[in-house]
Ligand binder design. Structure first.
Ligand code: GUN
Length: 283
């Protein structure tokens, strides 16, 4: 048996068509959705992410601004950038690409973003709303994963989910979203004992540990839905996930590929939340 591949690329293509129409409707009402992405430094992975976001925004008719700053920027200067974007009526979504250089307190920057423009869902107010079960802006990667699980008909109610990874960006919000759909959720991480046995109990296994090909078929319950959040480079520079796709696809019931799995959906949800922000600005 070979797993059903959950294509984030295909689902994104479907959602892109709907979002294009939403943008057209907004433009007719006099609002062009605007997204500002702030990139500090020269990190090649961040540059790729930012370029992909820019390409997608343009494709949808979203007004896209990318502001690039040197690695040496001071925290106070970056706070000024955020303040200016908060006050800009043409900007409905602000994303500060992470990670930021050492001299900058990441939390201080994220907290400075107007929560209504926080299309990443990282502001403590938006995180807090999510964790009390009243989500507003939601971190895009776990949000996109929920859309994929729903689209491919993966049942969550009463199921066992294991999330490997405990970051604020993916692991923690992922667990909360699964719990809100009545899954029984365990968060595991690099220090979890007997990780393989734990993972093998999961009906839904989300892997965001950041280690190439970490999850082998021995981690996977037959028929499970496996979601691979990993973006690693192998020794030849090829993009690989956290899951050993070739062997896991023979055991799993559903699997997200890398590339064209979770990655495109993260960008899709970013665009979706930018459009939603623009809609709210009309009210
Ligand atoms: N760095 C890696 N992923 C992300 C993301 O989703 N948003 C931001 N702002 N930075 C990131």
């Amino acid at each position: 048996m070979s797993a059903i591949l959950m294509s984030g690329k295909e689902l994104s293509d479907v959602l892109n068509e709907k979002m294009k129409k939403s943008v057209e409707e907004l433009v007719e009402k006099g609002v062009i959705p605007g997204l500002a992405v702030v990139l500090v430094g020269e990190d090649p992975a961040s540059q790729t992410y930012v370029r992909n976001k820019e390409i997608r925004a343009k494709k949808l008719g979203i007004h896209s601004v990318v502001e690039r700053y040197p690695e040496t920027i001071k925290e106070s200067e970056l706070l000024n950038v955020v303040d200016r974007l908060n006050a800009d009526d043409q900007i409905h979504g602000i994303l500060v690409q992470l990670p930021l250089p050492k001299q900058i307190n990441e939390n201080r920057i994220l907290m400075a973003i107007d929560p209504s423009k926080d299309v990443d869902g990282f502001h403590p107010i938006n995180m807090g709303k999510l964790f009390i079960g009243q989500p507003d802006r939601i971190p895009c990667t776990p949000y996109g994963i929920m859309k994929m699980l729903d689209h491919y008909g993966v049942e969550l109610e009463g199921k066992r989910a294991v999330v490997i990874g405990r970051s604020n960006i993916v692991g923690k919000p992922m667990a909360q979203l699964l719990m809100m759909k009545n899954a029984t959720v365990t968060i595991a991480h690099s220090r979890t004992k007997h990780l393989q046995e734990l993972a093998r109990q999961a009906d839904i296994l989300v892997v965001a540990i950041g280690r190439g090909h970490f999850v082998t078929k021995d981690f996977v319950k037959p028929g499970a839905a496996v979601v691979d959040v990993g973006m690693n480079r192998d020794e030849n520079g090829k993009l690989i996930g956290d899951v050993k796709m070739d062997e896991v696809k023979e055991v799993a019931g559903f699997l997200t590929p890398v590339p064209k799995g979770v990655g495109p959906m993260t960008i899709t949800m970013l665009m979706y939340q930018t459009i939603e922000s623009a809609k709210q600005s009309l009210k």
